[in-house]
Design a protein. Structure first.
Length: 151
C-alpha cells in the first residue's frame, strides 16, 4: 500500500479489525519511510453497479461521491462519520441486492432521502433541495409541509 503522504510503497500494518458492520476490515498502517499513519479499508469486491443519469448516460456507482453529498447535507448537524458510513453501507447493500446491475439516479436519490428523513430532518431538506433542484421558496415550503405530515 502506497503512503498517501510521501508515496513510499513500504508500509506496515499496525492494527486490523472488522468494522461494526462486519463487511470490511479496517487497517491502520504506518509508513516505513516517513512514519506517518493512515487507515485503509478492505471490502469485498462485488458486481459493479451503474448509475443511469437523467440524460440516460451511465457512470459507475461511486461510494465516495455519495458520502460527499451526505457530508455536505449533514454539515453542522450532530451526525457522526460512522453513522454516515453505516448509512452508505446500508444503501450500497440494498443496491447490490437489486436485480440487475443498474439503478436510476432518481431511485438512488430516493433511497438516500428515505434514510435521511428518519435520521435528520434538516439534512433531509438540504439533500432534497439539491437532489430535487429546488428553485423557488414554494418548492421548499411544499417539501417542509410533506415532511411535517410524515411525522
Amino acid at each position: 500500500m502506497k503512503c498517501p503522504y510521501c508515496a513510499n510503497a513500504d508500509t506496515k500494518v499496525v492494527d486490523s479489525r472488522l468494522t461494526d458492520s462486519n463487511d470490511s476490515v479496517r487497517r491502520r498502517r504506518e509508513c516505513e519511510k516517513c512514519g506517518k499513519r493512515f487507515t485503509t479499508y478492505e471490502r469485498i469486491d462485488i458486481k459493479p453497479i451503474a448509475i443511469i443519469k437523467k440524460d440516460n448516460t451511465r457512470e459507475p456507482f461511486d461510494r465516495n461521491k455519495l458520502m460527499s453529498g451526505l457530508i455536505r447535507a449533514c454539515i453542522k448537524r450532530n451526525i457522526s462519520a460512522e453513522t454516515l458510513d453505516l448509512l452508505v453501507d446500508d444503501i450500497e447493500n440494498e443496491i447490490h441486492n437489486l436485480p440487475g446491475s443498474e439503478i436510476r439516479s432518481k431511485d438512488l436519490g430516493n433511497l438516500v432521502l428515505k434514510r435521511l428523513r428518519d435520521l435528520d430532518k434538516v439534512a433531509y431538506i438540504r439533500f432534497a433541495s439539491v437532489y430535487k433542484q429546488f428553485n423557488s421558496v414554494r418548492q421548499f415550503t411544499n417539501e417542509l409541509t410533506k415532511l411535517k405530515k410524515k411525522k
